[in-house]
Write a protein that binds this ligand. Structure first.
Ligand code: ATP
Ligand code: MG
Length: 185
């Protein structure tokens, strides 16, 4: 799976609709402190299904919605779309989308009303999105997405915490999602 484009609107500091194209090769996001670089990575994790406000540096899920500034009113929704190209070796999930080719996943949250997902414009469940990304390389808890401060957290972790991190890195987190689905939970 390869990320090709990220669209944000009303997400954290991205109050106006913004689009980031990710071309093959190395992409760098540079800018002064507080300009929103970490928010870009958080948007990718969020659209893949992140459900912990704390790991999005907030106290509630509505905190991802643009909160307003002295000169701009707050927004009442946030929306992030991620365009990915799926390859033959990617697991199909169960969304009726073709096994390879471009797939656009969208998550939208409305203040006080929770969030909803779409895949290629069709309403889907959070679980469907979790399954779509349920392999070791992608998903909200993918070890490929290393947030700021995570390296020092690994160094400072207790052995039991470090084991959990290694299980995630080994792809066991993805297996847990599929097992729960198979058990109908
Ligand atoms: P650094 O270089 O220090 O790591 P950064 O480029 O990673 O900075 P971010 O942490 O992504 O910056 O962005 C922080 C900015 O996002 C802050 O200015 C913060 O006020 C803003 N921000 C976060 N959440 C919201 C929100 N809900 N509404 C408005 N602005 C927000
Ligand atoms: Mg940062």
């Amino acid at each position: 799976m390869q990320i090709k484009r990220l669209k944000l609107s009303g997400f954290k500091s991205f109050v106006e609709p913004a689009e980031l194209r990710i071309e093959p090769g190395l992409t760098g996001v540079v800018g002064p402190n507080g300009c929103g670089k970490s928010n870009v990575l958080e948007a990718i994790r969020w659209v893949m299904g992140e459900s912990s406000p704390k790991s999005m540096r907030g106290s509630g899920m509505d905190d991802v919605i643009f909160a307003g500034t002295a000169s701009r009113p707050a927004r009442d929704f946030a929306e992030v779309s991620l365009l990915v190209e799926r390859f033959a070796e990617d697991l199909p999930g169960d969304l009726g989308v073709s096994q390879h080719g471009d797939v656009e996943v969208t998550r939208r949250i409305e203040r006080g009303a929770g969030s909803a997902y779409r895949v290629n414009g069709r309403d889907v469940r959070a679980k469907d999105v979790a399954l779509l990304f349920a392999d070791a390389a992608t998903g909200a808890h993918s070890p490929a997405l290393v947030s700021q401060g995570k390296i020092s957290a690994v160094i400072a972790a207790k052995p039991t915490e470090r084991r959990l991190m290694l299980e995630e890195a080994a792809g066991i987190a993805g297996l847990h999602v599929r097992r729960k689905d198979a058990e109908g939970k």
